[in-house]
Design a protein around this ligand. Sequence first.
Ligand code: HEC
Length: 217
Amino acid sequence: MAKISVWSDNRFWQRSAAWITGFAAVLLIWLTFDTAGQIAMGTDADLQAGVTKRVPGPTVINYKITYEMSTKRGHEVPVIGEKEMFFGRDDYSEEEAGALLHLGKLGSQTKNCMNCHTLLGNGAYYAPDLTKAWLDPAWQDGGTMQAMTGKSTKEEAMAEFLQHPSTYPTHSRMMPDLGITPEEAKGLVAFLKHMSSIDTNGFPRNFGRMQGAVNGK
Ligand code: HEC
């Protein structure tokens, strides 16, 4: 009987397929649990203890968020700093902050921000990426948007812009008025602030270049 080469032996290919499928299944299950752990939302206790989570708890709105270059990781990462006033308060409870974020998330869905903007990688690029919009220097103290809207804080300036975007004409495309109420605007700003605190591995990559998307500043 002629000896069959291993490459033309059916059993060899069947066993290889079974082993590879088994290995891939185990790897996927492991990755699923690893990812679930990495993206689980942190708590207020984490924030108070200074524990860094990829997705901080809702009460991150009580803190100042900055975006700093990490030489180790080769991109910028959100850094949660001191307490900071947000619409006059820095003591939102987990429930209150959670409710605000929820309102903002529902608002972003009903008004379909993604139709023009990108949030965490989903959406369009007709308008600036909103993932890190809260960190756009245009909104900061001394930035153009506070002066333009006549507000003295970042959150009030952003809320005012969201309610009447077409009142603040810019150099390029204009955001249309979407009938956003003051309460919805507050929720949306909380939602944007929280989103900016999420460690997205430096996404969007070109944030540094598109900083000051509003008014080109
Ligand atoms: C029809 C398209 C459209 C929709 C829908 C839309 N926007 Fe905009 N938005 C724009 C455009 C265009 C700009 C850029 C305006 C400019 O350059 O001044 C903008 C700018 C912004 C900015 C400033 C961005 C920055 O980098 O500072 C924020 C914040 C913002 N939009 C939030 C929202 C939110 C929240 C929603 C949903 C509730 C929304 N937008 C829905 C078109 C849109």
